[in-house]
Ligand binder design. Structure first.
Ligand code: MRU
Length: 318
Protein backbone atom coordinates (compact mmCIF):
# COMPACT_ATOMS: atom_id res chain seq x y z
CA UNK A 1 0.00 0.00 0.00
CA UNK A 2 1.32 3.48 -0.92
CA UNK A 3 1.13 6.63 1.23
CA UNK A 4 -2.39 8.02 1.46
CA UNK A 5 -3.49 11.01 -0.62
CA UNK A 6 -4.77 14.01 1.37
CA UNK A 7 -8.41 13.45 0.34
CA UNK A 8 -8.18 9.84 1.50
CA UNK A 9 -7.52 11.17 5.02
CA UNK A 10 -10.10 13.96 5.28
CA UNK A 11 -12.38 15.55 2.68
CA UNK A 12 -15.65 17.39 2.12
CA UNK A 13 -18.36 15.70 0.09
CA UNK A 14 -21.12 17.85 -1.40
CA UNK A 15 -23.44 14.82 -1.35
CA UNK A 16 -24.84 14.81 2.15
CA UNK A 17 -23.15 17.27 2.59
CA UNK A 18 -20.58 15.65 4.87
CA UNK A 19 -17.04 15.80 6.20
CA UNK A 20 -15.62 12.34 5.50
CA UNK A 21 -12.81 11.04 7.70
CA UNK A 22 -10.57 8.01 7.49
CA UNK A 23 -11.41 6.53 10.90
CA UNK A 24 -8.00 6.38 12.60
CA UNK A 25 -9.43 4.46 15.56
CA UNK A 26 -9.83 1.44 13.32
CA UNK A 27 -6.36 1.49 11.77
CA UNK A 28 -4.31 -0.51 11.02
CA UNK A 29 -6.79 -3.41 11.01
CA UNK A 30 -9.48 -1.79 8.94
CA UNK A 31 -9.64 1.07 6.42
CA UNK A 32 -13.07 2.54 7.18
CA UNK A 33 -14.59 5.96 6.56
CA UNK A 34 -16.77 8.00 8.87
CA UNK A 35 -19.30 10.46 7.44
CA UNK A 36 -20.00 13.46 9.65
CA UNK A 37 -23.14 15.23 8.50
CA UNK A 38 -23.37 17.70 11.38
CA UNK A 39 -20.91 19.77 13.37
CA UNK A 40 -21.85 17.81 16.50
CA UNK A 41 -20.93 14.55 14.76
CA UNK A 42 -17.64 16.03 13.61
CA UNK A 43 -16.82 17.40 17.09
CA UNK A 44 -17.50 13.93 18.48
CA UNK A 45 -15.20 12.39 15.86
CA UNK A 46 -12.43 14.83 16.86
CA UNK A 47 -13.00 14.19 20.59
CA UNK A 48 -12.90 10.40 20.15
CA UNK A 49 -9.82 10.53 17.85
CA UNK A 50 -11.42 9.28 14.64
CA UNK A 51 -9.35 12.17 13.28
CA UNK A 52 -6.35 13.25 15.35
CA UNK A 53 -3.03 15.03 15.12
CA UNK A 54 -2.80 18.80 15.40
CA UNK A 55 -2.91 19.88 11.73
CA UNK A 56 -5.48 17.19 10.80
CA UNK A 57 -7.97 18.28 13.45
CA UNK A 58 -7.54 21.86 12.25
CA UNK A 59 -8.24 20.79 8.66
CA UNK A 60 -11.27 18.73 9.76
CA UNK A 61 -12.60 21.74 11.70
CA UNK A 62 -12.12 23.97 8.63
CA UNK A 63 -14.27 21.56 6.62
CA UNK A 64 -16.67 21.57 9.61
CA UNK A 65 -17.16 25.35 9.35
CA UNK A 66 -17.80 24.94 5.61
CA UNK A 67 -20.30 22.18 6.45
CA UNK A 68 -22.09 24.42 8.95
CA UNK A 69 -22.31 27.18 6.32
CA UNK A 70 -23.61 24.75 3.69
CA UNK A 71 -26.30 23.58 6.14
CA UNK A 72 -27.26 27.14 7.13
CA UNK A 73 -26.20 26.54 10.76
CA UNK A 74 -25.23 29.31 13.16
CA UNK A 75 -21.51 29.72 12.46
CA UNK A 76 -20.53 31.12 15.85
CA UNK A 77 -22.17 28.16 17.55
CA UNK A 78 -20.46 25.74 15.14
CA UNK A 79 -17.14 27.42 15.88
CA UNK A 80 -17.54 27.12 19.64
CA UNK A 81 -18.61 23.46 19.44
CA UNK A 82 -15.59 22.58 17.31
CA UNK A 83 -13.21 24.76 19.35
CA UNK A 84 -14.23 22.91 22.53
CA UNK A 85 -13.65 19.44 21.06
CA UNK A 86 -9.94 19.28 22.02
CA UNK A 87 -7.98 21.90 23.98
CA UNK A 88 -4.25 21.44 23.37
CA UNK A 89 -3.55 21.67 19.62
CA UNK A 90 -3.76 25.33 18.64
CA UNK A 91 -4.29 24.37 14.98
CA UNK A 92 -7.96 23.74 15.78
CA UNK A 93 -8.70 27.33 16.84
CA UNK A 94 -6.36 28.68 14.15
CA UNK A 95 -8.20 26.87 11.33
CA UNK A 96 -11.62 27.91 12.62
CA UNK A 97 -10.49 31.55 12.74
CA UNK A 98 -9.15 31.22 9.19
CA UNK A 99 -12.50 29.89 7.91
CA UNK A 100 -14.97 32.20 9.65
CA UNK A 101 -14.45 35.20 7.32
CA UNK A 102 -14.88 32.96 4.26
CA UNK A 103 -16.72 29.76 5.32
CA UNK A 104 -16.65 27.99 1.98
CA UNK A 105 -15.59 24.53 0.86
CA UNK A 106 -13.11 26.13 -1.52
CA UNK A 107 -11.42 28.01 1.35
CA UNK A 108 -11.30 24.82 3.47
CA UNK A 109 -9.75 22.91 0.57
CA UNK A 110 -7.24 25.69 0.09
CA UNK A 111 -6.29 25.58 3.80
CA UNK A 112 -5.92 21.79 3.54
CA UNK A 113 -3.68 22.07 0.48
CA UNK A 114 -1.59 24.78 2.16
CA UNK A 115 -1.03 22.64 5.27
CA UNK A 116 0.18 19.70 3.17
CA UNK A 117 2.47 22.01 1.21
CA UNK A 118 3.87 23.39 4.51
CA UNK A 119 4.66 19.79 5.49
CA UNK A 120 6.62 19.21 2.29
CA UNK A 121 8.62 22.39 2.81
CA UNK A 122 9.42 21.80 6.49
CA UNK A 123 10.34 18.18 5.73
CA UNK A 124 12.93 19.34 3.21
CA UNK A 125 14.39 21.76 5.79
CA UNK A 126 14.41 19.12 8.53
CA UNK A 127 16.08 16.50 6.33
CA UNK A 128 19.10 18.81 6.10
CA UNK A 129 19.70 18.27 9.82
CA UNK A 130 20.22 14.54 9.40
CA UNK A 131 23.53 12.92 8.55
CA UNK A 132 23.86 9.82 6.34
CA UNK A 133 23.05 6.62 8.22
CA UNK A 134 20.74 8.30 10.74
CA UNK A 135 18.83 6.10 13.15
CA UNK A 136 15.93 8.27 14.30
CA UNK A 137 13.45 7.80 17.11
CA UNK A 138 9.93 9.22 16.84
CA UNK A 139 6.96 9.39 19.19
CA UNK A 140 3.19 9.30 18.62
CA UNK A 141 2.13 9.79 15.00
CA UNK A 142 3.17 12.89 13.09
CA UNK A 143 2.68 11.45 9.62
CA UNK A 144 0.17 12.16 6.87
CA UNK A 145 -2.64 10.82 9.03
CA UNK A 146 -1.91 13.53 11.61
CA UNK A 147 -1.59 16.35 9.09
CA UNK A 148 -4.07 15.61 6.32
CA UNK A 149 -1.19 14.47 4.09
CA UNK A 150 2.62 14.02 3.99
CA UNK A 151 3.38 14.58 7.69
CA UNK A 152 5.61 16.74 9.84
CA UNK A 153 8.09 14.55 11.77
CA UNK A 154 7.33 11.53 9.59
CA UNK A 155 7.46 13.85 6.56
CA UNK A 156 10.99 14.81 7.64
CA UNK A 157 11.93 11.13 7.93
CA UNK A 158 10.37 10.48 4.54
CA UNK A 159 12.41 13.29 2.93
CA UNK A 160 15.57 12.01 4.65
CA UNK A 161 14.87 8.48 3.41
CA UNK A 162 14.41 9.73 -0.16
CA UNK A 163 17.78 11.52 0.10
CA UNK A 164 19.51 8.35 1.34
CA UNK A 165 20.19 9.82 4.80
CA UNK A 166 18.03 7.56 6.95
CA UNK A 167 18.97 4.06 8.04
CA UNK A 168 15.95 3.19 10.20
CA UNK A 169 13.32 4.55 12.57
CA UNK A 170 12.57 3.47 16.12
CA UNK A 171 8.86 4.01 16.73
CA UNK A 172 7.70 4.52 20.30
CA UNK A 173 4.47 2.56 20.63
CA UNK A 174 3.08 5.61 22.50
CA UNK A 175 0.95 4.52 25.39
CA UNK A 176 -1.94 4.54 26.03
CA UNK A 177 -3.60 4.72 22.60
CA UNK A 178 -0.67 3.40 20.55
CA UNK A 179 -0.56 6.04 17.82
CA UNK A 180 3.03 4.89 17.21
CA UNK A 181 2.55 1.15 16.87
CA UNK A 182 -0.81 1.48 15.07
CA UNK A 183 -0.37 4.55 12.88
CA UNK A 184 3.30 5.47 12.47
CA UNK A 185 4.27 1.85 11.84
CA UNK A 186 1.41 1.59 9.32
CA UNK A 187 2.69 4.68 7.50
CA UNK A 188 6.39 3.77 7.56
CA UNK A 189 5.54 0.32 6.23
CA UNK A 190 3.58 1.91 3.36
CA UNK A 191 6.54 4.20 2.61
CA UNK A 192 9.01 1.30 2.64
CA UNK A 193 11.10 2.88 5.43
CA UNK A 194 12.79 0.36 7.77
CA UNK A 195 11.36 0.68 11.29
CA UNK A 196 10.99 -1.15 14.58
CA UNK A 197 8.30 -0.46 17.14
CA UNK A 198 9.70 -0.22 20.67
CA UNK A 199 8.03 0.01 24.07
CA UNK A 200 8.16 3.64 25.21
CA UNK A 201 10.24 2.54 28.18
CA UNK A 202 12.92 1.04 25.87
CA UNK A 203 14.08 4.44 24.62
CA UNK A 204 16.50 5.07 27.52
CA UNK A 205 18.49 1.87 27.14
CA UNK A 206 18.56 2.16 23.35
CA UNK A 207 19.96 5.69 23.64
CA UNK A 208 22.51 4.47 26.14
CA UNK A 209 23.50 1.70 23.70
CA UNK A 210 24.12 4.42 21.05
CA UNK A 211 21.33 3.09 18.83
CA UNK A 212 19.63 6.49 18.45
CA UNK A 213 21.16 9.42 16.54
CA UNK A 214 18.28 11.88 16.91
CA UNK A 215 14.71 12.22 18.14
CA UNK A 216 12.19 13.76 15.72
CA UNK A 217 8.67 14.66 16.85
CA UNK A 218 5.75 16.82 15.85
CA UNK A 219 3.98 19.32 18.09
CA UNK A 220 0.50 20.31 19.18
CA UNK A 221 1.32 23.83 20.33
CA UNK A 222 4.57 25.77 20.46
CA UNK A 223 4.61 28.73 22.84
CA UNK A 224 6.37 31.98 21.96
CA UNK A 225 9.47 30.95 23.96
CA UNK A 226 9.70 27.56 22.18
CA UNK A 227 8.22 25.42 24.97
CA UNK A 228 6.41 22.68 23.06
CA UNK A 229 3.33 20.60 23.90
CA UNK A 230 3.22 17.18 22.25
CA UNK A 231 1.94 13.71 23.04
CA UNK A 232 2.56 12.57 26.60
CA UNK A 233 6.01 11.02 26.82
CA UNK A 234 7.75 13.56 24.59
CA UNK A 235 9.14 15.39 27.63
CA UNK A 236 10.62 12.15 28.97
CA UNK A 237 12.29 11.56 25.60
CA UNK A 238 13.66 15.11 25.62
CA UNK A 239 15.21 14.62 29.07
CA UNK A 240 16.70 11.30 27.97
CA UNK A 241 18.02 12.74 24.71
CA UNK A 242 19.61 15.64 26.58
CA UNK A 243 21.24 13.24 29.06
CA UNK A 244 22.72 11.19 26.22
CA UNK A 245 23.79 14.17 24.08
CA UNK A 246 21.29 13.32 21.32
CA UNK A 247 19.52 16.16 19.44
CA UNK A 248 15.74 16.45 19.62
CA UNK A 249 14.09 18.16 16.65
CA UNK A 250 10.50 19.42 16.65
CA UNK A 251 8.96 19.63 13.18
CA UNK A 252 5.70 21.58 12.90
CA UNK A 253 3.93 24.15 10.73
CA UNK A 254 3.48 27.79 11.74
CA UNK A 255 -0.20 26.93 12.36
CA UNK A 256 1.11 25.13 15.49
CA UNK A 257 3.08 28.15 16.72
CA UNK A 258 1.10 30.17 19.25
CA UNK A 259 2.82 33.49 19.84
CA UNK A 260 -0.11 34.59 22.03
CA UNK A 261 0.94 32.03 24.65
CA UNK A 262 4.23 33.26 26.14
CA UNK A 263 5.44 29.99 27.72
CA UNK A 264 4.47 26.34 28.04
CA UNK A 265 2.85 27.08 31.41
CA UNK A 266 -0.03 28.69 29.49
CA UNK A 267 -0.74 25.69 27.25
CA UNK A 268 -3.92 23.82 28.24
CA UNK A 269 -3.19 20.13 28.68
CA UNK A 270 -6.01 17.75 27.82
CA UNK A 271 -6.78 15.16 30.46
CA UNK A 272 -8.63 12.28 28.82
CA UNK A 273 -10.84 9.61 30.34
CA UNK A 274 -9.09 7.27 32.79
CA UNK A 275 -10.56 4.23 31.03
CA UNK A 276 -8.05 4.75 28.20
CA UNK A 277 -5.47 3.61 30.80
CA UNK A 278 -7.42 0.99 32.75
CA UNK A 279 -11.10 0.15 33.21
CA UNK A 280 -10.45 -1.63 36.51
CA UNK A 281 -8.49 0.81 38.68
CA UNK A 282 -8.27 4.51 39.41
CA UNK A 283 -6.13 6.29 36.80
CA UNK A 284 -5.03 9.69 35.53
CA UNK A 285 -4.64 10.32 31.82
CA UNK A 286 -2.90 13.56 30.81
CA UNK A 287 -2.68 13.29 27.00
CA UNK A 288 0.14 15.80 26.41
CA UNK A 289 3.20 17.18 28.14
CA UNK A 290 5.33 20.27 27.63
CA UNK A 291 8.97 19.98 26.65
CA UNK A 292 10.93 23.03 27.82
CA UNK A 293 12.58 24.95 25.00
CA UNK A 294 16.00 24.36 26.55
CA UNK A 295 15.73 20.64 25.66
CA UNK A 296 14.88 21.28 21.98
CA UNK A 297 17.84 21.41 19.57
CA UNK A 298 15.84 22.99 16.73
CA UNK A 299 12.27 23.77 15.74
CA UNK A 300 11.66 23.30 12.02
CA UNK A 301 8.77 25.01 10.25
CA UNK A 302 8.00 25.54 6.57
CA UNK A 303 10.20 28.64 6.81
CA UNK A 304 13.33 26.79 7.88
CA UNK A 305 15.33 25.64 10.89
CA UNK A 306 14.87 27.82 13.98
CA UNK A 307 17.34 27.75 16.86
CA UNK A 308 17.36 29.13 20.39
CA UNK A 309 16.67 31.74 21.57
CA UNK A 310 13.23 30.78 20.19
CA UNK A 311 11.60 33.97 21.52
CA UNK A 312 13.59 35.68 18.77
CA UNK A 313 13.66 33.06 16.02
CA UNK A 314 9.91 32.31 16.28
CA UNK A 315 8.92 35.99 16.59
CA UNK A 316 10.55 36.53 13.20
CA UNK A 317 7.91 34.21 11.66
CA UNK A 318 5.14 36.80 11.84
O1 MRU B 1 -3.82 12.81 20.75
P1 MRU B 1 -3.30 12.94 19.33
O2 MRU B 1 -3.12 11.62 18.67
O3 MRU B 1 -4.11 13.93 18.52
O4 MRU B 1 -1.87 13.58 19.56
C1 MRU B 1 -1.13 13.90 18.42
C2 MRU B 1 0.26 14.27 18.71
O5 MRU B 1 0.66 14.52 19.82
C3 MRU B 1 1.13 14.47 17.53
O6 MRU B 1 2.45 14.10 17.80
C4 MRU B 1 1.06 15.95 17.20
O7 MRU B 1 -0.25 16.35 16.94
C5 MRU B 1 1.89 16.29 16.06
S1 MRU B 1 1.03 15.80 14.61
C6 MRU B 1 1.75 16.42 13.28
Amino acid sequence: MAALDPEEIVRFEAEGPAVVLLDQRRLPGEVAYLECRTVDELADAIRTLAVRGAPAIGIAAAYGIALAAARGDDLQNAASVLRASRPTAVNLAWAIDELLPEPTVERARELHGDEVERCRRMAAHAAELLRPGTRALTHCNAGGLATGGYGTAVGALRAAWERGLLECVLVDETRPLLQGSRLTAFELEALGIPYSVIADSAAASMMSAREVDCVVTGADRIAANGDTANKIGTYSLAVLANHHGIPLYVVAPTSTVDLATPTGAGIPIEERAPDEITTRFAARNPAFDVTPAALISAIVTEHGVHRAPYAESLAALV
